[in-house]
Design a protein around this ligand. Structure first.
Ligand code: GUN
Length: 283
């Protein structure tokens, strides 16, 4: 029997409905949630992502601003703009779309955002809070993956989860969230010699490397939950993930599609974080 699809669009719809209700309650108190999104440069994929983030904000009744700057924008000007947004009471979340041009230091940009408005959860403070189990804003993509796994009804307690990828934005926070949910976690990466030796024992596999066909059917334990964070193009130019979907769906118990899996959940959890930041202010 082929795997059950985990529908990120449907789950997003449910969560965004709740977000819109809570946003309306804040707005009625004069505390409308606000997100500022900054894009530096003309990368077409990034332009689509930020537009989708702003559109999702508007659909949920948030205030949102999109600031676009030329790739030549200097770092000092960007940091000054972030400082102004830190001080703006109408803005509860600030997101600078990554990657930024090479002359700008992404760490400086991330650390310039005030902790309370770090809705990406990328700062050292937010990462430290996640690592130590303190409350805080969690990176949207792994947070969304956790919601997708939860939606299967599977308890992670005592399960073996394998994360493929060790980025600061997905792989590492994903591993920490799975640990927090009492899974036994293995983190694999491009230097792992025999990926299949790990994934074949996994009850949950999260793939976040940005390379198609990283996970194939022979590498998956029957019935496993497979979460595909990848966003690639195949030879025909069609969007595809890191998982060989057609093959793996015949073995897995649950699987996320690309598109329609993790992608919409990333935006949804950004909305959740912005709402949480707005609710926390003067709560
Ligand atoms: N670039 C790709 N994904 C993300 C994300 O979640 N946040 C930011 N700021 N940039 C990204």
């Amino acid at each position: 029997m082929p795997a059950q699809l985990i529908d990120g669009v449907a789950l997003s719809g449910l969560i965004r409905g709740d977000v819109a209700t809570r946003a309306a309650a804040l707005t009625a108190q004069g505390r409308k949630p606000g997100l500022a999104v900054i894009l530096v440069g003309e990368d077409p994929a990034s332009a689509v992502y930020v537009r989708n983030k702003v559109k999702a904000c508007e659909a949920c009744g948030f205030h949102s601003v999109l600031e676009r700057y030329e790739a030549t924008l200097d770092q000092a000007t960007l940091l000054a703009r972030i400082a102004a947004l830190n001080a703006d009471p109408a803005i509860h979340g600030i997101l600078v779309q990554m990657p930024v041009p090479r002359h700008i230091d992404p760490h400086k940009v991330i650390e310039a955002i005030s902790t309370a408005k770090d809705v990406d959860g990328f700062s050292v403070h937010s990462a430290g809070a996640l690592m130590t189990g303190l409350p805080g804003l969690r990176p949207a993509t792994p947070y969304g993956c956790m919601k997708l796994i939860e939606s299967t009804g599977l308890s992670l307690k005592g399960k073996h989860a394998v994360v493929i990828g060790r980025s600061n934005t997905v792989g590492k926070p994903m591993a920490l969230l799975l640990l927090q949910a009492h899974a036994t976690v293995t983190v694999c990466h491009s230097g792992t010699p025999d990926l299949g030796a790990h994934t074949r024992h996994a009850d949950v596999v999260v793939v976040a490397v940005g390379r198609r066909n990283t996970l194939t059917a022979d590498m998956v334990k029957p019935g496993a939950v497979v979460i595909d964070v990848g966003m690639n193009r195949n030879d025909e130019g069609k969007l595809c993930g890191d998982v060989d979907f057609a093959g793996v769906r015949e073995v897995a118990g649950f699987i996320t599609p690309v598109p329609g899996g993790v992608g919409p959940m990333t935006i949804t959890m950004l909305l959740v974080n912005t709402l949480q930041a707005a609710e926390a202010l003067n709560a």
